[in-house]
Design a protein around this ligand. Sequence first.
Ligand code: FES
Ligand SMILES: [Fe+2]
Length: 381
Amino acid sequence: MFNAEQLGLLCELDVIDRIFDHIDNGTTDLGETQWHEPVSSYYEQARFERELALLRQRPVVFCPSSALPDAGSYVARNAAGTPLLVARGQDGKVRAFINACRHRGMQVAAGQGCSRAFSCPYHGWTYNLDGTLKGVPGKAAFPDLDMAADGLVEVSAVEKGGLVYVMQQGEITDAMLDCAPDFFSRDQILFHQSATEDNANWKLLTETLLEGYHIKSLHRDSFYPFGLDNINVVETFGENSRIVYPFKRIEKLRAIKREQRRIAGSATLVYHLFPNVSVAVLSKHTSVTIIEPISPTQTRMESYCVKHPDTVNESITIEDAMRDVAFVNQSGQEEDREAARAIQETVTTQANSHLTFGYFEKAIVTFHQNLHRQLATSDRE
Ligand code: FES
Ligand SMILES: [Fe+2]
């Protein structure tokens, strides 16, 4: 489990012990406080704008490094309401720019791909992969133009542990990524990508990922036949959390000598990278999901699936990994998204003044506590 212990997280043997304890005692990890989140947090424009401001002020995962495999690879999409263009240069370095032409603001790239330069579709100004302005058709018509100063506007981008982090205001420092796990090695392959859009606030979708109290009830025919209900190991590291969701087949590990037990294949490990990213380590692959707020009531989720490396004992094919993806996406995740959309319709009614999170929903309480603290700090700045 990469640098889990350096982050203060349990090693896999201890996680397995704790799950067995919970199974034997009919218990699960518990939080110490309840949380009441006002329903207005899920629809108010003012709150939404404070959240977007916060997302622009801190490093947020933009995509896995494997989405930018080569020099010239790029991904363009909106992040916290800003069109961004993130590209790997000829020097191998990943850079992020505001995706706005310096002529009249057109977006110079769309979607993703691989290119030697970016040519603005409007009038053809071109930019190098490092953002510098390369060419202007009919340059004589712009006597004031300073080619050296009119490159794409760059924002801070850093690669760590196989993820690309972007921060739109200020520079990312090493200290900011102290709690960033090293998820991927350099050679891991991105084999599948998908995106969904839902009429639900981004926090409702995030909350679905952070507790196992709903496995039996919401996922009766999808996850529950394989997964244990409300038996979880929940830990925090920095502002982030890790939630371990054991499968029923973890019982088989009891027959194996403790030192030889491996959790892979017996549990899903969900890392919530505060505030809006989840990294789920499944049996054959790891999925990185960016929960991108579009409006107070609309969210786009970008999912990237990266294959686990082959091990001495196991070689994992893309087909194996795709079976993992189909299992998660087509069953459980649909149910979670449907729940989030359904809740969105009730938060504007008189039914609840707030949503309630109890001891089983510890990682969600942590999420809201951190969000409240960070919003208060960012309001003061
Ligand atoms: S807006 Fe880009 S070339 Fe005119
Ligand atoms: Fe769920």
